[in-house]
Design a protein around this ligand. Structure first.
Ligand SMILES: Nc1ncnc2c1ncn2[C@@H]1O[C@H](COP(=O)(O)OP(=O)(O)OP(=O)(O)O)[C@@H](O)[C@H]1O
Length: 274
């Protein structure tokens, strides 16, 4: 089995408005199994469009104008994401790739206990499981993300923002996907909670072997948690490398500007707390 999980080749997306916006232009990248891959760049550079695009989650006026996305499934099969029909794509999304987006914690249904909402994922995607098996899975998930199984009966409003975001992470983990895409997943949380959650995601990906694409404009944070980082500007990847390479020896002028714009990185100590 190759260590590459997902290959993106010459992927382009245009928003068909007047005038058209070339949001992502000929992006190519390979994601490795088990790595945390950071995607950074200023607002509007195309990070979200790329992340949604590779899962075919974009809606008009977005048009994928070129490129391919291949998932090298753990079974050994190569899956061309463009060749999947709507139904296949639907199951593919939860099974193989899951997503946690910014403010996801507010997407929970306010009138249903969180355990019930987690159970729904299994009712839809694992219909063969018995009720008892589903409940066991839900308890296990709530333990894994450190919410605690005893919270299954809690309603979203009874939990803190951090706890709710953990529930969303549990949901994204439920079917043991091979790739988890996280778009600014912790931006709304305070720094300590954010750190704790990120530490846990890092541990979990070792435990379960999934790959994480982590999107944020917080470059210092990415340098800390990512194995590799891609810097986007104007819809293109202008530099890609390990966090170490990017921090110590950035090649692209834009990367240098971006690094210099974070005083935390270039202050007197100039040390990232890795
Ligand atoms: N529905 C749309 N119609 C037209 N243009 C759009 C639409 N959605 C996004 N864009 C444009 O596409 C470009 C890329 O946007 P995108 O949201 O992918 O960037 P981003 O890097 O994720 O930004 P942010 O960090 O602010 O989320 C931007 O120029 C944006 O204005």
């Amino acid at each position: 089995m190759s260590n590459t999980l997902l290959s993106v080749r010459d992927f382009s997306v245009v928003y068909d408005v007047d005038p058209p916006v070339r949001a992502v232009t000929e992006v190519s990248l390979d994601l490795q199994r088990g790595e945390i891959f950071g995607l950074a760049g200023e607002s509007g550079c195309g990070k979200t469009t790329l992340a949604y695009g590779i899962q075919r989650l974009l809606k008009p006026p977005a048009v994928i104008t070129g490129g391919e996305v291949i998932l090298h499934d753990v079974s050994g099969t190569d899956i061309d994401i463009n060749s999947l029909d709507a139904a296949q794509m639907q199951s593919f999304r939860w099974d193989k790739i899951s997503m946690v987006f910014q403010g996801a914690m507010n997407a929970l249904n306010p009138v249903a206990p969180i355990g019930r909402q987690l159970e729904d994922v299994f009712i839809v995607h694992r219909p063969d499981l018995s009720k008892k098996e589903r409940r066991t899975e839900v308890s296990e998930l709530l333990e894994i993300v450190k919410v605690g199984a005893e919270r299954a009966r809690s309603f979203p409003h009874e939990l803190s923002g951090g706890m709710r975001q953990r529930v969303m992470i549990a949901m994204a983990l439920a079917l043991r996907p091979q790739l988890m895409i996280m778009d600014e997943p912790t931006t709304a949380l305070d720094v300590l909670v954010q750190r704790e959650i990120l530490k846990q995601i890092s541990t979990l990906r070792h435990e379960f072997g999934f790959t994480v694409v982590f999107i944020t404009h917080d470059l210092p944070l990415l340098l800390e948690i990512s194995d590799r980082i891609a810097i986007m500007k104007g819809g293109e990847i202008v530099e890609m490398g390990t966090s170490e390479q990017l921090w110590r020896n950035p090649q692209n002028d834009y990367t240098k500007t971006l690094l210099a714009s974070f005083p935390r990185l270039t202050g007197a100590k100039g040390v990232v707390s890795r």
